[in-house]
Design a protein around this ligand. Sequence first.
Ligand code: NAP
Length: 499
Amino acid sequence: MNSHSSFERPDHEVTIVGGGFGGLCMALQLMRAGRPDFILLEQAQEVGGTWRDNQYPGCACDVPSHLYSFSFEPEWDWSRMYANHAEIQAYLVRCSHKQGLREKIWFGCALAEARFDEAQDLWQVRTSDGRAFSTRVLVSAMGPLSRPAIPQLPGLESFAGKVFHSARWDHSFEPRGQRVAVIGTGASAIQFVPRLQASAEQLLLFQRTPAWVLPKPDRPFTPAELDRLRRIPGWRRLFRWMIYWRQEFTGLGFLAAPSLMARAQSLATRFLKKHIKDPALRARLLPDYTMGCKRILLSNDYYPALAQPNVQVHAMDALQGVTARGLLIEGREVPVDAIVFGTGFRTTDLLTPLRLIGRGGVDLNEVWARDGLGAHNGVCVAGFPNLFLLLGPNTGLGHNSAVFMIETQARYVLKALDRLRARGASAVEVRPQAQQAFAQEMDRRTRGTVWKSGCRSWYLDARGRNVTLWPGFTFSYWWRLLRLKTTEFRWSRLGQPQR
Ligand code: NAP
């Protein structure tokens, strides 16, 4: 615990929570900036975050890997356009070995509670393994996709077979010859359903809302391409930028040019028709909302798998409950051996179950439960000084690489740290007016976009507000965070009035 003599110096200048893309980016940027006084708390025994946790068969990224990686730790030898989870995880582990980072990571240690100590302008932190220390700055890099959501199906607890979520895949489960039920048809399910279909005796897929699915332009790199990427750093950079701008161009359809979305929608419809010949199944798989309202999925093998005779696609409404031996579907008991949930994550209770207590003993989860998720620029929350969120509210993307957003945010945090030092300040806190203006801007910019076109999606909260997505191009986010507008913040120094 911090002793009284360390009144001015916390145990650690910066504490990062989470060792996925966000936490590793922040840590590497701190090292590069010559600020080694930090620790990183990682609740698991390895880094990687979502890429460590998601090991389901077929798990891969739907953003090209040369872009879905750190610009400052480029990798030339991705085996294919869209790397699988094992390759991405290996990349992140390699990154964690750079610059002596590993020694700064406390593995098996989760943040339990952090309380802002107003008398000292620092955070008092308690961890899950009973440690306590102080830190000037807290950076939360707990990704939004870390807490699996499992629907409460009546009778689920009585089921005698295997039950698991895609992000907690049970590798002891051998689907060969088994009858498997899959709940959910989102980004994860469309990747593992073809794998299950290939070996299961029977696959029952329960769909609440069909997704728009486009072909995935995936392929392995040829040896000549890999050689060129290895030998010519300039080509590597150019290749990355070409991917970036191509992805950014697709953002036009979401934001500014609905005709582009209409074109993509007719491509997806033709893709569906090509693979699904049964008109009833085709009708069931055809979405009735505008493309882009929910995440657009990329897959070459999902529709072909659903067309196989061992697959049945049911509407979720048909599933009435679970028995010890199977499922109750429209009044009939259908035996199954396993139930796999591809039902996504609890994205709107971002920080649960940990407690972040800001000024005046206010709990951030309570603030967000009352007012809805919100953070200035997705990074800073009024009432919570010296706290920075990576991939916080309104910084998710539907069209480009989340790693780009993370890097932009990590640079912004570094700017705040530089300003703190330059001003001799002990705390920085966003002004409530700035945060409110940002929230209003998010509402205004989301109005009229495809995300508000009427579908149910986890992009919107219970009040129908977009609290997850950045409703703009990623370069506009980069531009916004390029400078830290000091007037949007209160800078305080212990013992002196706030400025
Ligand atoms: P998801 O895309 O949110 O899909 C969840 C699926 O489960 C949806 O079909 C949803 O139906 C259904 N569902 C949710 N709650 C349900 C309930 N109570 N009853 C019945 N069905 C329910 O989740 P995910 O597939 O795990 O993916 C989550 C996110 O991870 C993605 O959006 C993406 O950002 C990321 N991801 C990325 C990649 C990648 O390649 N980069 C791969 C996988 C995942 P509704 O549509 O009706 O809600």
